[in-house]
Structures are given as structure tokens and as C-alpha cells.
Design a protein around this ligand. Sequence first.
Ligand code: HEM
Ligand SMILES: *[C@@H]1O[C@H](CO)[C@@H](O)[C@H](O)[C@H]1NC(C)=O
Ligand SMILES: *[C@@H]1O[C@H](CO)[C@@H](O)[C@H](O)[C@H]1NC(C)=O
Ligand SMILES: *[C@@H]1O[C@H](CO)[C@@H](O)[C@H](O)[C@H]1NC(C)=O
Ligand SMILES: *[C@@H]1O[C@H](CO)[C@@H](O)[C@H](O)[C@H]1NC(C)=O
Ligand SMILES: CC(=O)N[C@H]1CO[C@H](CO)[C@@H](O)[C@@H]1O
Length: 324
Amino acid sequence: MASQSFLRALVLCLVAIIGSTQAQLQANFYANTCPKAEEIVNKYVREHIPNAPSLAAAIIRMQFHDCFVRGCDASVLLNSTTNNKAEKDAIPNLTLRGFSFIDGVKSAVEAECPGVVSCADIISLTARDAVVATGGPHWTVTTGRRDGTVSKATEVNIPSPFDNITTLQGQFGAVGLDLKDLVLLSGAHTIGVAHCSPSVSIRLFNFTGKGDEDPSLDKKYAENLKKFKCKTINATTIIEMDPGSRKTFDLGYYGQVAKRRGLFNSDAALLTNPVTKSVLNQLLQGSVENFWAEFAKSMEKMILFNVKTGTQGQIRKQCAFVNN
Ligand code: HEM
Ligand SMILES: *[C@@H]1O[C@H](CO)[C@@H](O)[C@H](O)[C@H]1NC(C)=O
Ligand SMILES: *[C@@H]1O[C@H](CO)[C@@H](O)[C@H](O)[C@H]1NC(C)=O
Ligand SMILES: *[C@@H]1O[C@H](CO)[C@@H](O)[C@H](O)[C@H]1NC(C)=O
Ligand SMILES: *[C@@H]1O[C@H](CO)[C@@H](O)[C@H](O)[C@H]1NC(C)=O
Ligand SMILES: CC(=O)N[C@H]1CO[C@H](CO)[C@@H](O)[C@@H]1O
């Protein structure tokens, strides 16, 4: 009896292992079904990103928001419907950009092989290719993700710019990322822009509700922000997270954070934990190539989170809509 049930358990285990290996992403998943897919994405990106290089930042951020909610399944791209408020319409998504660019890539791929390549893979390939096209790091993107069919604004519980290190560690931990990944992935703030939203202005004007400044923020930097970019508590001006070098994927962001010029509390938080502080300092002492290599490893980890494969989900025809 006992050995029989042991045998049964063993068989079940084997089935599960085989099932999960089959369900893994692979290099060039579309080699047989749409051999040119990855080339088409790359060509589209290289043709269009030079005209709108700031989209590289927008799309790598979109990838982050996608992966943190329901895994990397393009749920971030779904539009709201009469009965459902989608992720796109949650507050943290107010400033996401690049949706029409993704639609453009998808159309180019659909023209070659309709209904074969997922929107989730398109986000991953486009984010990587766009960052490379603007002179940034390269990371490996395996493919075979499938698209989710569910997107709920109420589930957008992604890290917030107000978060402290404990909360960030928990949020990253929930998607299988550790403190080192947190420091590395935050390094994406070396490109792109933000707004003088309350997350910034509260640090400048009303940190404890007494019209004061966040004492962890460099005084000179705070004064400059108040003078030029975030003049009032209600300003909505565009600002850089890595002032003066937001177009280059360099160590500038870490330099800013180390000088207590991290824009958000979540950036400044990297100095408040011995592990994150040491990772940050090591990155600053190393080369840009070292940063890129480490960044690539963390991206490769993030973009595998909770992916749908095999027969899960679907391949959306249009990224903003579930197939009917
Ligand atoms: C650690 C937790 C994180 C928080 C709290 C956070 C928060 C933010 C916020 C508030 C903005 C500015 C939005 C605006 O005001 O327009 C922003 C921008 C950005 N974030 Fe993050 N972020 C985090 C991690 C990441 C990660 C993991 C990535 C990518 C790997 C990323 C990439 C970006 C990029 C590239 C931008 C600029 C977007 C643009 O130019 O449109 N962030 N982030
Ligand atoms: C889907 O939503 C985006 C903005 O989130 C909007 O620009 C687009 O027009 C919508 N698409 C359709 C077909 O409603
Ligand atoms: C971090 O933030 C959480 C949630 O706001 C709070 O409960 C916790 O006490 C904070 N931790 C520290 C160390 O400040
Ligand atoms: C600063 O915060 C306090 C307490 O939350 C609030 O009463 C006050 O109106 C705020 N001041 C401004 C200028 O927003
Ligand atoms: C900011 O906006 C709020 C309402 O949204 C208003 O009550 C307040 O007076 C404004 N503060 C400043 C300093 O403009
Ligand atoms: C880009 C995008 O879809 N932004 C939406 C974010 O959510 C608000 C509502 O909370 C919508 O008005 C925006 O269109």
C-alpha cells in the first residue's frame, strides 16, 4: 500500500516536473511559427525609437508595471470596459506612456503572422530593444509568454514612490526579487522623467505636515527643485530622476542617490538599509559595464515572473482587448 502510494506520488511529481519544463520560455520561441517575429520587433524599434528615444524609458517602466501585477502577461495593456476598471486606469498608471508604440509593434508583427505572437512577449522584446537602441544595456529575452485575460485596477498594488525600504523589500520579495534586484532595477531611473507629483512635493514643502522639508534630502538639491522645477506644492512640472543625464543608461542615478538627491522616498530608501547601501556603493565603485551586466541579470529575473505559457491565457489579437 505504502509503496504504491509512494509510486503514485513519484509519478505525479515527474508529471509535474515534465509539465513545468514544457511550460518554460525558450530562446526564439517563435522560430517555427513566426520565424521573423523578433527581427520585425527589432526593426520597428530601430526605425522608430530614434525619433522618440524617451519611449525607451516609458516602455521599460511599462514592463515593470506589467510584471508586478499578475505576472508578465500584458495585463497592463488591457483597456477598461463598461464592467471593469483595468490596471491602466489605476493611479500609478496615470503616467505610463508608450501604449500606442506597443500597438505599432504589434501591428507590424500581426501583418507577418496574425494571432501568433503575444503582447506580453512584445512588451519584453520592445523594452529590451528600445533600451539597446538608445545605447543602453542588453539582456536576454526568452519568449513564449501568453497574454492574460484579466486586468483590474484594484490589483495595482505596485511599489509606491512613498514606500520605505521595508515595504519595498516586501513588494519585490512578493515577485521573487531580492534587495540586490531592488537596487539594480531602481537603476532604470537613470533614464526617463517624472513629475512633481505629491510624492516629490511633499518632501519639499510639507514633509511632516508642518510646512517642512524631508531632512534626508540634500538641502541644495531641494532648494534648486523649489526654485526651478517644483515651485509650489501643486506643481506638475516634468523633472528628471538623473538630472543632466536622463538619456544615458549610466551610473548617474546611483550617484544622485548617494548624494541624497534621490527624487522619491523609494530612491532615498536605498541608503537606509545596509544591504542596499552596500550594493549601491559597490555599483558606484564599479564600471558601467558591470552595472549593465548586473542590471541584465535582474531584468532577466523580473521578466520571468508568473508568466503564462502552454495553453494558459491566449494570444491577443489586439493588445488592448481580450479576444472575443
Ligand atoms: C522601486 C520601486 C519603484 C518605484 C516606487 C518607482 C516609481 C516611479 C515613479 C513615481 C516614476 C515617475 C512617474 C511620473 O511622475 O511620471 C517612475 C518613473 C520611471 N520608472 Fe520607476 N519606480 C520603481 C521601480 C522601477 C523599475 C523596477 C523600473 C524598471 C526596471 C523603473 C523604471 C522607471 C522609468 C524608466 C521611469 C521613467 C518613465 C518615463 O520616462 O516615462 N522603475 N518610477
Ligand atoms: C484604449 O485605451 C487607451 C488609453 O488607455 C486609449 O488611448 C485607446 O484609445 C483605447 N482604445 C480603444 C480602442 O478604446
Ligand atoms: C515602513 O512603512 C510601513 C507602511 O507604511 C510602516 O508600517 C513601517 O512602520 C515603516 N517602516 C519603517 C522602518 O519606517
Ligand atoms: C501640510 O500638511 C498639513 C497636515 O497634513 C495640512 O493641514 C496642510 O494643509 C498642508 N499644507 C499644504 C500647503 O498643503
Ligand atoms: C493646491 O491645490 C489645492 C486644491 O487642489 C488648493 O486647495 C491649494 O490652495 C493649492 N496650494 C497651492 C500652494 O497652490
Ligand atoms: C495611459 C492611461 O491609460 N492612463 C489612464 C490612467 O488612469 C486614469 C484614471 O485613473 C485614466 O484617466 C487614464 O487614461
